[in-house]
Design a protein. Sequence first.
Length: 153
Amino acid sequence: MRKRHSIDILFSLSLFTVFVICAFLVLLFQTGSYRSIIAQGEQTERQHTPLAYVRAKIRSADEDGGIRVTKLENTTAIELRNHKEKTVTYIYAYEGKLCELYMSEEVEPMLRAGTALFDVRDFEAVMQNSLLHVSLHDLQGKAGSIVVEVKSE
């Protein structure tokens, strides 16, 4: 009878050990999934958020002649004019940042005066007919782009 009792204990300990090993393996695999989800979220933040911001700014300024691509200090910039308020907003890349400069039409723009919004490696904007092509590379070199139809042109 004593022998049977020790077999029951040994079986219970073995079963518990198998359970602990399986639980550990599940946690190990889930850690990899969690890291993948976090990396994907960071990629979205680095790339899609700046493009969504630019798209929203372009659409909000889409009035008669309010959008064009221009050069500021040898840097390509999107110029968004508000004719009613006589203000201009420039969106451009400067020193590794996507920047926005909001100012009066009468003031001469300076790139260093803009507000840094997002980290980018480069930024490009090209207007072809009524389509504005905007592309950027994040700091890891991943490219992203949007095409916005300018309705007011």
